[in-house]
Design a protein around this ligand. Structure first.
Ligand SMILES: [Zn+2]
Length: 287
């Protein structure tokens, strides 16, 4: 039976339809919750074992053992960072920003987690400290540490402005990963994925729904800290947008380094903790 097409005119009950209250797509009360008391005990016992200073408009990689921590700190001036994470033993398992957004919302803070790609879909890292947690949501709907952006990249720049710019986060991450695992750029590039935008202040405009950015409230000394739920390879790019108050994808913004510090936890301080198991779906997909 064919249904007659509906003309694209406003129906008489349009307001009533718009007034329907939303429901949360993924109620998250049943998500396994992180043991923040255990994280605090582990953090108190953890000792710094590595650090890397990410230069402006560059990226750097780092390793974090499961049960350890990593901290990203603003140093020198306001600067946002684009973060990628992988399972250190299987680069196919990587941070899944879209599902993290679906589970936690557009921006993340203390007590929320970064989830990995299918078929693992498990916590890779739990945020244990956020000195910008006070920011909340501003009058524009903006907030910090978003999982709604992708990463600045040279392809979009070329599409919009015909540019050939090589210091976008996508390229910075590609070079850093290529150097880390000894692959040519073309092989490393597909490993780069959508990021956690550390310290970046973003939202969607209320009228057009467009992705916006504004000057990050980050001050030198502010940091975001994570508990590593699995052995991690991380890569962080100090975005060419600097504080992202004006533009990215060029050398015009003032840019500063970002410090990454890694802390290793002694095994006795992790008693009772287990690295999360892979997702329990049987993967038969109905066959
Ligand atoms: Zn960027």
């Amino acid at each position: 039976m064919q249904t007659a097409p509906i003309p694209a005119t406003t129906p008489s009950d349009a307001d009533a339809r718009r007034a329907v209250a939303p429901v949360i797509c993924y109620p998250n009360e049943t998500l396994p919750t992180p043991d923040m008391a255990l994280c605090a005990r582990a953090r108190a016992a953890a000792e710094k074992t590595a650090e890397v200073l990410v230069p402006p408009r560059q990226a750097a990689t780092f390793h974090v053992p499961a049960g350890g921590f990593f901290r990203i700190t603003s140093v020198g001036g306001p600067q946002v960072g684009d973060l990628n994470l992988w399972n250190a033993h299987d680069l196919a398992e990587r941070f899944y920003s879209g599902k993290t957004r679906a589970l936690h919302g557009t921006h993340v803070t203390t007590g929320q987690r970064l989830w990995s790609s299918f078929p693992m879909l498990r916590p890779m890292a739990t945020i244990t400290a956020d000195t910008l947690g006070w920011y909340g949501k501003d009058a524009y709907g903006g907030s910090v540490h978003d999982v709604i952006g992708t990463r600045c990249d040279p392809y979009t720049g070329n599409l919009l402005a015909g540019s050939q710019y090589h210091q976008c986060c996508h390229s910075n991450l590609t070079r850093a990963v290529a150097d880390e695992i000894g692959l040519p750029l073309a092989s490393a590039e597909p490993l780069v994925h959508d990021v956690l935008n550390v310290f970046m202040c973003t939202g969607f405009t209320r009228d057009t729904g467009q992705y916006f950015m504004k000057a990050s409230p980050v001050r030198p000394g502010d940091y975001l800290e994570f508990f590593a739920e699995i052995d991690l390879l991380g890569a962080l790019s100090a975005c060419p947008g600097g504080d992202c108050s004006a533009e990215h994808s060029s050398d015009s913004a003032a840019c500063y380094p970002l410090l990454v510090e890694v802390f290793t936890t002694p095994p006795d301080a992790l008693a009772g903790w287990q690295s999360p198991a892979p997702n329990g779906y049987d993967r038969s997909h109905g066959r």
